[in-house]
Design a protein around this ligand. Sequence first.
Ligand code: HEM
Length: 376
Amino acid sequence: MGDVVRAPWDAYFVTGFDTCSEVLRGRNWLAPDFAWQERQDDPERWGAVATQEMTKTLSRLNAPEHTCQRRSLGNLFDRSTIQRLTPVIEEHSARLLDDLAEKLRWGEADFVSTVSEQLPISTIGSWLGVPAADHPHILEITHNQVYAQELLPTKSELATSAEATGHLRAYFTEMVRQRRAKPGNDILTGWIHHWDAREPDRETADEILYRLTMFVTIASLETTATLLSAMVGLLLGEPGRWAWLRENPGHIDAAVDEVLRYDPPIQINTRVAAEDTVLAGVPIAKDSMVHVLYGAANHDPRRTENPDAFDIERRGTHLTFGGGVHYCLGAALARLEARTLLIQLLERFPTLRVTTPPVYASRLVFRRVTSMGVSI
Ligand code: HEM
């Protein structure tokens, strides 16, 4: 239908790889921030508590606030951090696969609740210092919060999201308070030192710290869980593929990236026009929304040959982690979790198969696999 297609509401869909990339990287496209939201005349949608709260998080800020907050985080998962985290993730993964093995002794097991959802929370939890006893609570409120970020949330979804947003605020505000009282040698203590030195007003510093900690946590959970489930579902989807990868472990990284290309955990990201502009020949007025469709971009035949074939031998490119100044800060960590889990799965479960196909939540922006039965 074209690179830029009118949406049934006051917005555009952007589909082609190059055009999506242009929007993500271009200076004349902004995140729909608080100031933009205030100019909209749909208070039910843009004034909703959960929507407003998310609008103040990193991914919805523009320069100079975005630059300042992003710099404060630095390169979260640089080479040395990834090296340090590798044995930790190997340990979490091995423990979860012990649980899986135990369940599989009795027949089918749900891969999502046993492994995919647990590895990301165990990883981020040990990195940030979220006690294991709180993991189920964090998972539940993250699942419920996400609705406010959908394209057209219903009233009841916004209410569910608002409640979850309140819980997230309470939890992470308290976490910052406790860490301030009892500093350690950890990442959050480092952020506290940074913001205390930079921001004279303690309340403002705490507010920023709450948002950063909360956002990094929720940004890492469903996304990575969906990647892990999709990875297992797709790799087991064709007879012989699992065994081939076992024989050819040099293709593991390419296989993870092919999953990311083929079925991105986040399908849509929205930007707004900073000025009147023209995109792929279509005039777009200042403040109009454009929805970047990552899945469509990744399946653009002008970029990827035979794009609807899932081919773990290709070394393709994708936009699954976004692009430009908002490029995902956790890409290296998500890849590490996927590769670590895959290596262990191939080694320990050579005969693994999907016995109940994945069930996807009914959503557009954030994919979520709610269950997938596996057996050996
Ligand atoms: C498969 C897993 C993941 C996917 C598909 C994913 C995808 C994305 C996407 C599409 C964006 C927006 C990029 C843009 O606007 O151009 C983003 C931003 C972000 N992601 Fe991820 N992400 C994943 C995992 C993670 C993890 C594990 C973390 C942290 C530990 C994380 C932290 C963030 C943060 C902090 C941002 C905001 C960056 C900014 O606005 O400057 N993500 N991610």
